[in-house]
Ligand binder design. Structure first.
Ligand SMILES: [Mn+2]
Length: 331
């Protein structure tokens, strides 16, 4: 495990950089989740309060996050002055997670890496990695305080989105007393938290259920019922008529089966032809999915990770399940 840079030092460097510089881009990862997008948008709100010039970059905006403030400013296009801008990257452990905007972001004047993944590759000029933060949103909250920017409803709804999604509505083990203390301050701004969670979780197109039905019918159990996996193929996506953005919570159905410790979902992608693989572990001390994903050049947290692999479902699933079997046998 790489030694993480001293957080206090990195935050200090970041505060100096923000004071000194005037042009920024806040960046979210490909097909962004609530944490990456919420953190980038919250930071954009904070920087604009400080009269900074800040743009927001992401390859796309999932429909369920269209309620977020500043969402209309999110773009995948490189601005003409990209070379003068400091890029602030949120929830992005490796640069290849940027997807279509990777080359654009690399053109920036400097990269600042704000993340909470154990697997972070420390690619920034500044690398502030807090593996204890349930969501990067907790780090942005801390940064706003240090910059002296008071919370408003816009900032709070972005940060609430970030935290509620990465903690699985405060269910996962990453939820801490700090998470709840921060959330209490967010709610105190008067945000309508129920409207936010409705937008995220109870506002899907009916076609999503066709996708879910197809994915559930592919369910298989391995390792005496301790491992469950499903596949979302391009054929299924086409047949159900929804895009990959609606597949993010399917893994929870596999994860929740009694006796299952590790859940895996294989999502077929086109470029390059292969799969995006998501992992969840309910027993990270037995099977650490960050380690499994790292075997295939991915990563994440011990209990939630991902990787990309080239190849057909048969070969890719065999390799991944073989690695999980090895993890059990090694014990
Ligand atoms: Mn996150």
């Amino acid at each position: 495990m790489t030694n993480l840079p001293n957080a206090t030092q990195e935050i200090k460097k970041l505060l100096v950089l923000i004071k000194k510089h005037s042009k920024f881009v806040a960046v979210a990862h490909e097909c962004p989740d609530g944490d990456s997008l919420g953190s980038a948008l919250a930071m954009a709100c904070v920087l604009r309060k400080l009269k900074k010039d800040v743009l927001i970059l992401s390859d796309m905006v999932p429909e369920k996050y269209r309620y977020l403030p500043l969402i209309k400013d999110v773009s995948a296009k490189a601005p003409a002055d990209i070379k003068d801008r400091v890029a602030l990257l949120f929830d992005i452990p490796t640069l290849d997670r940027l997807g279509a905007i990777e080359t654009t972001v690399k053109k920036c004047f400097s990269l600042v890496n704000v993340d909470h993944h154990l697997s972070n590759r420390l690619y920034g000029a500044i690398n502030w990695i807090d593996t204890k933060a349930s969501a990067v949103g907790e780090q942005v909250f801390e940064l706003a305080k240090k910059l002296g920017v008071p919370l408003d409803k816009d900032i709070a709804s972005c940060l609430y989105t970030s935290i509620v999604t990465d903690t699985g509505k405060f269910e996962y083990a990453n939820t801490t007393p700090r998470t709840h203390r921060i959330t209490a301050e967010l709610l105190a701004t008067g945000i309508k938290h129920q409207e936010i969670t409705e937008q995220i979780y109870e506002n899907y197109p009916k076609e999503k259920l066709a996708l879910l039905a197809g994915a559930l019918s592919s369910l298989k159990l391995e390792c005496d019922g301790r491992v469950a996996w499903m596949a979302v193929t391009q054929e299924l996506l086409n047949r159900s008529g929804v895009t990959i953005e609606w597949t993010d919570d399917i893994i929870n159905f596999a994860r929740g089966i009694r006796g299952v410790e590790v859940a895996v979902v294989f999502k077929e992608v086109c470029d390059p032809a292969g799969f995006r693989i998501s992992f969840r572990s309910r027993k990270p001390e037995v099977v650490d999915v960050n380690t499994i994903a790292r075997t295939f050049s991915g990563g994440g947290h011990k209990a939630a990770a991902g990787c990309n692999m080239v190849g057909g479902l048969q070969s890719v699933s065999q390799k991944v399940l073989g690695e999980i079997r090895n993890a059990y046998n090694a014990r």
